[in-house]
Design a protein around this ligand. Sequence first.
Ligand SMILES: [Zn+2]
Ligand SMILES: [Zn+2]
Length: 63
Amino acid sequence: MITGIKSAYKPPICTSCHKPIPPKDDAVSFYCPECGKVMIWRCSKCRKAGVKYRCPNCGFEGP
Ligand SMILES: [Zn+2]
Ligand SMILES: [Zn+2]
């Protein structure tokens, strides 16, 4: 018997720390201000800590 049923929910990955963001996390998401093509996610921890993110498309770094 195959039990291949997994949760369909895929949590977004924090662009700064690369960890999955829990559904109720106070995270923010926005498109890269430089190229506008990549959705940037930042978890609450990285927001509070002010960790930089780096766009995987254009390499833009922002606070
Ligand atoms: Zn993070
Ligand atoms: Zn970009």
